[in-house]
Write a protein that binds this ligand. Sequence first.
Ligand code: NAP
Length: 324
Amino acid sequence: MKAIVCHEFAEPEKLAFEDVPDPQAKAGHVVVKVEAAGVNYPDGLLVQGLYQMKPPFPFIPGSEVAGVITEVGEGVSHLKAGMRVIALCMLGGYAEQVCVPATHVLPLPDAIPDDEAAALVTAHATAHHALKQRANLQPGETLVVTGAAGGTGLAAVQIGKQMGAKVIAVCSTAEKLEVARQNGADILINYTEKDLKTALKEVTDGKGADVVYECVGGDTFHACSRNMAWNGRLLVIGFACGEIPEFPVNLALVKGYSVVGVFWGSFTQHQPKEFAANMKELLTWYVEGKVKVIVDEALPLSRATDALHKVMGREVKGKMVLTP
Ligand SMILES: NC(=O)c1ccc[n+]([C@@H]2O[C@H](COP(=O)([O-])OP(=O)(O)OC[C@H]3O[C@@H](n4cnc5c(N)ncnc54)[C@H](OP(=O)(O)O)[C@@H]3O)[C@@H](O)[C@H]2O)c1
């Protein structure tokens, strides 16, 4: 089969599009014929050796796919060949086929097309887990989302709205803010035009935000950390600007708020039952039209490098997808 293979930690140009052996279904696993693979910011970090996980070479990146089961391993009874599924593979998704643990494969409702299904999981499931289990977001609370037109930011805007929050979107361009507005944001801040710390103070009437979904890091994190409400929850999601901020803990003490780490990949392994319940709720919301996936562009698998450049280059609104 064809796959995108990483032979060394380097820029995405160094990824190879080459023939590799077809995967076999191990015990407790299934093989999925990939119809679409989601492209995520962490994939770009992973191939450059900048992610917390450093797989041995050679490896195939790609953590989420939609497709059809072609082979079922020993001991798997709830999945069958021919089923359409969403699969969370952690690695191996940028390929024509991937072998996935059966515990991380979910039947795909007919209403969800392959490209949207492949883009639905990581971004939306992270936002869902973060706002539900980590922030315990309540109706009527204010939710600030940074990088709000990116993959997981846009998901947080939709899910925050769905949970009844007043959503404040923070983006770098008017075009991105318009996408956030169309997806449910109530208040828009362009942080390339306005000082974010001042703008957040103004739009929250000096009270600060109840919850912040912080994807960007660096100065953006610092501005948010100075605008938290009493009992607020500052969610650490990611560092898309490349800078991991250092945090003066006296701010949390004085303002009485919590800084809460979110690592969705680990959540799926530590709390599989809650993960399964979350996915059921998320897929139901999708089918009911309460959340949606914005696919910016679907590119052929051979153009994985272009897709990663677009994601890492701050050019995507919603999600990129690869189609083998
Ligand atoms: N904790 C978890 O479990 C988890 C799960 C998924 C993703 N993440 C992390 O969350 C972050 C966002 O992921 P994503 O998939 O939503 O990425 P994305 O689609 O690329 O969106 C990231 C957003 O960050 C903003 N940004 C600011 N400075 C940037 C820079 N120098 N380069 C690129 N983007 C920049 C951009 O918005 P503006 O142009 O509007 O500023 C961009 O839209 C990443 O750090 C990712 O690793 C964490």
